[in-house]
Design a protein around this ligand. Structure first.
Ligand code: ATP
Ligand code: MG
Length: 230
């Protein structure tokens, strides 16, 4: 089992490709300190999602090492690694069930109060409370009961409840209104407190609020620095 994670992520001379012939990254190195928020930007196909897939060890690298809190992720059971890596995909997975069940998402230890607390922290509580049946409102997997922004807020609450030390967020490309964007940014800020995060960023507000930006291209990080520096 893995000791409690602080969320340091190191890529050391990483070479990776999905196929034998072609590499997506060659000799990629970076060091992310616990609690840092990294925005991953770059053209489509550059390898932003690939970086996040490698941290969760969905693929094995060809050469080099990936370390989480000093531990080579190949030396850790994949299940215990993934418990510490919270992944939020572009389209939040919603299953048929109540809002409460959707936030709980297999977290059997969490009490109803824990769930409401989590929703409060990430700013999801308000809209949930306004629903006719509140947390007991039944949503459908493919139903349009929830807006894209509301689905994101549900996933923020779900992730906060799971309490991973490293957070991965593939931000949605679809445009959202300014008010929702502000709400999501507030919720996200709360979620990011005390955690390391990699955000595949499409929104300028996310990029602005990140500690560092990695501009990915040409099989490596072409540039990195703060929003002001780049
Ligand atoms: P986007 O902005 O479009 O999401 P991205 O920067 O996230 O792009 P990746 O998804 O990491 O890019 O893809 C990097 C490269 O790896 C692309 O050339 C892509 O076609 C390829 N690729 C991604 N996933 C796989 C896979 N499962 N098998 C084979 N090749 C893949
Ligand atoms: Mg991607």
């Amino acid at each position: 089992e893995m000791p409690p994670v602080k969320g340091e992520v190191v890529f050391r001379d990483v070479t990776f490709g999905y196929t034998e012939e072609q590499n997506i990254f060659e000799h990629l190195s970076f060091h992310v300190k616990p609690g840092e928020t990294i925005a991953l930007v770059g053209p489509t196909g550059a390898g932003k999602s690939t970086i996040t897939n490698l941290i969760s060890r969905f693929y094995d690298i060809k050469d080099g090492a990936i370390l989480v809190d000093g531990m080579d992720i190949r030396d850790v059971k994949v299940q215990s690694l993934r418990k510490e890596i919270g992944v939020m995909l572009q389209d939040t997975f919603i299953f048929s069930g109540t809002i409460m069940e959707n936030i709980r998402y297999g977290n059997l230890e969490a009490s109803p109060w824990d769930i409401v607390d989590a929703a409060r922290v990430v700013r999801a509580h308000e809209f949930i409370q306004d629903l006719k049946n509140g947390y007991r409102t039944v949503v459908q997997e493919r139903g349009s009961t929830l807006s894209a922004g509301q689905r994101q807020l549900i996933s923020f609450a779900r992730t906060l409840l799971a309490d991973p030390k490293v957070l991965i967020l593939d931000e949605a490309t679809s445009s959202i209104d300014t008010q929702t964007e502000i709400l999501l940014q507030e919720g996200l800020d709360r979620l990011l407190e005390g955690r390391t995060a990699f955000i595949v960023a499409h929104r300028l507000s996310t990029i602005r609020n990140s500690d560092r930006i990695f501009y990915i291209g040409d099989k490596k990080i072409l540039e990195s620095g703060s929003h002001e520096e780049l």
